[in-house]
Write a protein that binds this ligand. Structure first.
Ligand code: ADP
Length: 387
């Protein structure tokens, strides 16, 4: 099923404008995440699609037909919420068959159980059929809730932070299972989360929202590699991108800061957002975005153990002949598994770089850095990306 959201607006009764003007096209069978900070309008969007709220303006169509005047029950949508209220006095099998036993399409017990068991085989909960919800784990309860939504053969599945009550390890497993299930059953799915890692791992496409506005709607890797604006660049990525204010000097064609300069000639001309500008910059200052992996420890400098300080990313390409761009005193080294995060100060701004966890770099050490120039980003002060 395709879903088309056009110019959707929602202002709550208290005057709060939760959705400003949202347009999203979701392709048949896609798994799309609504991602963004708390309060950005994710749940509002989901509830409007489900029909639990009325929009202030705009339209929602499913397979080309407007549904905004349809009752939630007639939208053919399955929903799973954060608190996936299973009926505690019913067994798992009774919980799953329940939606088939009520309403207009009421089925006999035998018929309903036959259907339920087919789905329970897919979600791997057949063995739990006779258990009560309180006697199974959180992850199993979540699978029961999803199975219960699926037996109704919804055209679309809406999941609102369905994993937020689960522990970290279980979240990883269940989210992979959800993806497998909805793909196998070819159900168009919208999944709300505020967790970028969850969105990146599960989605075909991500809608990144902020303050009721879609900031970027794209495939996961593009949000990271090709952010539409400063908000997207800052939201996506862990550790977060470094943002440094730099002045532009049109005479020397350099972006300058007290810590280091960036020659415009070192950038990749094809990556300027406005080709007409021909790689020229016409403002006095920019916010320069440098991902932690693009601050490269210069392993060619004396005192840095090249073997152990093997770098993440294109370090080798920049090592060797060229001198380091700047030096920084490392404030702390944070281990995050395979990588370590180096924390240091650049011109009064807290900056981060990532290196291989085996790098022999300690707090207090003065470390020479290079910058992977072509991979930086330039933003105007209003957040518009120019490079
Ligand atoms: P998210 O799901 O992204 O956290 P929501 O869609 O729940 O965000 O909320 C978007 C904004 O609308 C928030 O600022 C929230 O406080 C506000 N909001 C949500 N529900 C209501 C309501 N019933 N009345 C007034 N404001 C609301």
């Amino acid at each position: 099923m395709t879903i088309t959201i056009s110019n959707l607006k929602k202002t709550y009764d208290n005057g709060h404008q939760a959705l400003k003007d949202i347009s999203i096209d979701i392709a048949d069978g896609d798994l799309v995440c609504l991602l963004g900070p708390s309060g950005c309008g994710k749940s509002t969007t989901l509830n409007l699609i489900a029909g639990l709220l009325d929009p202030t303006g705009g339209d929602i169509s499913i397979d080309g037909e407007s549904v905004i005047h349809r009752h939630p029950k007639d939208r053919n949508i399955g929903m799973v919420f954060q608190n996936y209220a299973l009926y505690p006095h019913m067994t798992v099998l009774e919980n799953v068959t329940f939606p088939l036993r009520v309403g207009a399409h009421r089925k006999s017990r035998a018929e309903a159980e036959a259907i339920a068991k087919q789905y329970m085989a897919v979600t791997n909960i057949e063995d739990l059929a006779d258990k009560k919800p309180n006697d199974i784990s959180g992850g199993q309860q979540q699978r029961v809730a999803i199975t219960r939504a699926m037996v109704q053969k919804p055209k679309m599945l809406l999941l609102d932070e369905p994993l937020s009550n689960l522990d970290a390890r279980l979240r990883l497993r269940i989210r992979a299972e959800i993806r497998r299930l909805v793909k196998e059953m070819h159900i168009t799915t919208i999944f709300v989360t505020h967790d970028q890692e969850e969105a990146l791992s599960i989605s075909d496409r991500i809608v990144l929202m902020n303050e009721g506005v879609v900031q970027q709607y794209d495939v996961p890797q593009q949000l990271y590699l090709d952010p539409a604006n400063l908000f997207v660049a800052t939201f996506m990525g862990n550790p977060i991108i470094n943002i440094i204010d730099m002045a532009y000097n049109p005479d020397s064609k350099m972006l300058t800061s007290p810590a280091f300069d960036i020659p415009l000639a070192a950038l990749d001309a094809s990556r300027f957002r406005n080709p007409a500008a021909g790689g020229r910059l016409n403002r006095e200052s920019y916010q320069v975005g440098i991902r932690p992996e693009h601050f490269l420890v210069d392993a060619s400098e004396p005192g840095i153990d090249a073997a152990q300080g093997s770098l993440v990313g294109g370090g080798a390409a920049l090592g060797g002949a060229r001198r380091a761009v700047f030096e920084a005193r490392i404030e702390s080294v944070e281990m995050i598994g395979r990588y370590s995060v180096l924390h240091f100060d650049v011109d009064g701004v807290h900056a981060r770089s990532i290196v291989d966890a085996r790098a022999a770099i300690r707090a207090g050490q003065l470390v020479p850095f290079n910058i992977d120039y072509p991979n930086i980003y330039l933003f105007q002060h209003d957040g518009t990306r120019v490079y």
